[in-house]
Design a protein around this ligand. Structure first.
Ligand code: ASP
Length: 441
């Protein structure tokens, strides 16, 4: 019998997790059971992915750069990457703004719903935390992000998953210096990182063996911790607008993949789908990164020289789904609370949502923190922020899951475009976890 493809196994795991979660919601103490006995399996899986993220970025970026024959190629890849990332993000925000202005989801929200959402969530610690986090982010100067990118201690950077850009900086610096000392001298270090890279990719294969079970646990725990169904229902129209925008982004990606790389867009979608399903289940592009890298390199054929840079940078700064969501959410809140937005305000949203998506961490719920900054940029009164966020808080998690899928798909798409443009889009080279199993059995 033909083995079931990984994405089917993961999908089945997700579906069963959803069903199990809903059943447990009906059972007395079911939620507690899931939280105590099921959720940890999902948490362990996410931890394992995060565990290998830093070693993978380090090894693969150093290998990628030290394989380059000349450094100018790297500057070329870097500039194209940033340029295309900004472009796709602006497309995403524009789609979001157009949809929310045409469909006006905020106009239909009744005063009772606003009152109910406000009383349920405005003083919720989740909402308050996001506002507090946003004020920390905001108080930084314009060049703070450059300062933050440069580590003062390599080991501190390597020991903190939140410092991904610092790790990228260190790896690029090291890789370029390796090129400059000449091939012979750099060889031992290069071999070390080559080998580390292969080992970590093998770890991804092994972790992925458990993915179908882990997504079961992750989805079951999302279901049992979801809010009041009535409130979720009140926000249905707003959610549909966000999801419609995200779907349009998929159409956009598939169109550019088809036209620019001349590959079948549905093949691309199929090969990348395990990463998308994990993005959905974990709500974190950072946790999904190792899988995205493995899929893009081995299953799509993007050369490591490109993917090792484009994907980690993308996970941190390119969030098309998040920026689309920020545009829709900001205008939705303004519509619902009767706050008028001028055309200039909408342009401000484009600019701040672009910067906010660059500044958002690739972790669950980060998009909502930066939404505060977008709202403040258009002059939204500070004392109403909590009410604004309360309006969308109930559906934030499911929408976070969806926008993370787009964030990851956007990164994968751009890696293909950049690879194609510099002649580095090759053939897939799939490795299985048990390729050498017979030798060590
Ligand atoms: N969860 C998203 C990500 O990791 C960020 C966000 O939109 O909240 O990509």
């Amino acid at each position: 019998m033909k083995k079931l493809a990984l994405h089917w196994k993961i999908l089945i795991g997700m579906l069963l997790g959803l069903i199990f979660g809903f059943i447990m919601l009906q059972v007395d103490g079911g939620g507690e059971f899931v939280n105590n006995w099921i959720k940890p399996l999902g948490t362990i899986f996410v931890k394992l992915l995060k565990l290998i993220a830093i070693p993978l970025i380090l090894a693969s970026l150093i290998k990628g750069i030290s394989d380059l024959k000349d450094i100018s190629k790297f500057a070329n890849i870097g500039l194209r990457t940033i340029g295309i990332y900004v472009f796709t993000t602006v497309v995403a925000i524009t789609i979001g703004l157009v949809l929310v202005n045409i469909l006006q989801p905020g106009d239909g929200v009744s005063d009772e719903t606003i009152a109910k959402l406000t009383s349920t969530y405005a003083s919720d610690s989740g909402v308050q935390d996001k506002i507090a986090e946003a004020s920390v982010q905001k108080s930084s100067g314009p060049l703070q992000f450059l300062e933050d990118m440069v580590p003062e201690n390599a080991f501190t950077a390597l020991s903190n998953n939140k410092l991904m850009l610092q790790v990228i900086f260190f790896a690029i610096f090291l890789g370029i210096s390796m090129l400059l000392i000449g091939e012979k001298k750099a060889e031992p270090l290069k071999n070390f990182f080559d080998s580390l890279n292969d080992v970590v990719l093998k770890m991804v294969d092994l972790i992925m063996l458990t993915a179908p079970y882990a997504v079961f646990a992750l989805l079951a725990s999302v279901v049992v911790s979801s809010g009041d169904p009535e409130l979720l229902y009140a926000l249905l129209y707003y959610s549909v607008v966000v999801i419609l925008g995200l779907l349009l982004m998929v159409v956009f990606y598939l169109t550019v993949v088809g036209t620019v790389t001349k590959k079948n867009p549905f093949w691309f979608l199929k090969e990348i789908s395990p990463a998308q399903l994990l993005a959905f289940s974990t709500s974190s592009s950072a946790a999904t990164l190792p899988v995205t890298m493995e899929r893009v390199e081995e299953h799509i054929g993007v050369d490591k020289e490109v993917s090792s840079f484009v994907l980690p940078v993308g996970a941190t700064i390119n969030m098309d789904g998040t920026s689309l969501y920020q545009a829709v959410a900001a205008v939705f809140i303004a519509q619902a609370l009767g706050f008028d937005l001028t055309f200039a305000d909408q342009l401000t949203i484009v600019l701040t949502a672009l910067l906010a998506s660059i500044g958002s961490a690739a972790v669950p719920g980060a998009g909502m923190v930066m939404l505060v900054i977008v709202l403040e940029a258009v002059g939204f009164p500070a004392d109403k922020l909590a009410i604004g966020l309360a309006l969308i808080f109930a559906v934030d998690r499911p929408l976070d899951m969806c926008r993370t899928v787009i964030n990851v798909t956007g990164d994968a798409t751009v890696s293909m475009l950049v690879a194609k443009s510099v002649g580095k889009l090759g053939k897939p080279n799939i490795k299985n976890w048990d390729d050498h199993y017979d030798e060590v059995k």
